[in-house]
Design a protein around this ligand. Structure first.
Ligand SMILES: [Zn+2]
Ligand SMILES: [Zn+2]
Length: 353
């Protein structure tokens, strides 16, 4: 019986106690009918994983096997699988949905009433092999690196967010928050037709990285008030849409109070608690406040296309790699290097082939 290692976070870093990640040996699963066995190559760590690390992710209990940003290679296919062949590069879409509820029946399965996400409410991909229904597997181009492949998931988040603004073509876009999602969204908006993008943050390091990725205007709101940054970048008409990729009371109120009257705000970031937002101004200025939740398959397809065509750069956002067995060290690294860290990748299998 062939075995493999599977990551398990048994407890979070909370109440003065260190988090614990163990690796258990389990049997390599055999793909059943309609399933694909994927040899996992890379796993990205994102903000929501960090919430799990600190025990601050409401929908996740322990023990949990993490991993939802992933790339790998088809190792074997089950009966009736014609679309995949062993050796093929792939990524996995981590949503597990019911297929029966109102959103599912209307094509909006990202909003499934019973939504479970791998690595949170159901087993994640952090194991040497992962067996999954073929419908969750998406092929990656041969030329794409496994590092980039593991970032298709966060890029799909930003493709979905960009598409929430129907008039993106030729638009002036402002983005609050210069983390990986903010920088990916800025690149996505430009790739999908925005005329010009302003991004703001309070970290010069992060703003410099955004510039390096081709963002037109990058402004530190510790030094320049957001309303002035908007006017400097776009003139008196300001932005056509403002995306909040930071998600705190400061940024959401900057967006509400500085937006052009009648324009659109889109909340991308996940708020940690109850917001204190200026609903008087939101109403008085007839602002549209919209939201965005994960992605659907078509967003993956578009994300892959944007990388393939060289319209989005992922490499500058890849801050560090850790071997599979050093999973816990990856979190400690992120903790110690908050400001300078973008995406940390776990090399479950470090090879490129
Ligand atoms: Zn993620
Ligand atoms: Zn559903």
């Amino acid at each position: 019986m062939a075995t493999m290692k599977q990551q398990v976070m048994t407890r979070p870093a909370r109440d003065g106690q260190e988090a614990e990640i163990i690796f258990r040996d389990i049997e390599i699963p055999a793909p059943g009918p309609g399933q694909v066995l994927v040899k996992i190559k890379r796993i990205g760590i994102c903000g929501s994983d960090i919430h799990v690390y600190y025990g601050e992710h409401s929908g996740t209990s322990y023990p949990v096997t993490q991993g939802h940003e992933v790339s790998g290679q088809v190792a074997a296919v089950g009966e009736g699988v014609a679309a995949f062949v062993p050796g093929q590069k792939v990524t996995i879409e981590p949503q597990v949905v019911c297929g029966k509820c109102y959103p599912c029946r209307h094509g909006k399965y990202n909003l499934c009433e019973e939504l479970k996400v791998m690595g949170f409410q159901t087993t994640g991909t952090a194991s040497e092999y992962f067996c999954v229904d073929q419908g969750k597997v998406t092929p990656l181009p041969k030329e794409m690196s496994y590092d980039d492949g593991a970032m298709i998931e966060p890029l799909a988040v930003t493709v979905h967010a960009a598409r929430r603004f129907a008039e993106l073509q030729g638009a002036r876009v402002a983005i609050l928050g210069c983390g990986p999602i903010g920088i990916l969204l800025a690149q996505t908006c430009k790739a999908m037709g925005a005329e010009s993008v302003l991004i703001t943050d309070v970290s010069d390091h992060r703003l410099a990285l955004a510039k390096q990725c081709g963002v037109d205007h990058a402004v530190n709101t510790k030094n320049v008030e957001f309303g002035k940054a908007l006017a400097d970048a776009f003139g008196p008409d300001k932005a056509d849409v403002i995306y909040d990729c930071a998600g705190n009371n400061v940024t959401i109120n900057q967006a509400i109070r500085c937006a052009r009257k009648g324009s659109k705000l889109i909340l991308v970031a996940v708020f940690a608690g109850m917001a204190s937002a200026d609903l008087f101004t939101l109403n008085d200025h007839e602002l549209d406040l919209d939201t965005t939740m994960m992605y659907r398959h078509e967003d993956y397809v578009e994300a892959i296309r944007l990388v393939e065509e060289g319209k989005v750069q992922l490499k500058p956002l890849q801050s560090a790699h850790f071997p599979f067995e050093k999973y816990l060290d990856a979190y400690k690294y992120i903790e110690a290097n908050r400001e300078t860290t973008m995406k940390v990748l776990i090399d479950v299998d470090p090879t490129q082939e």
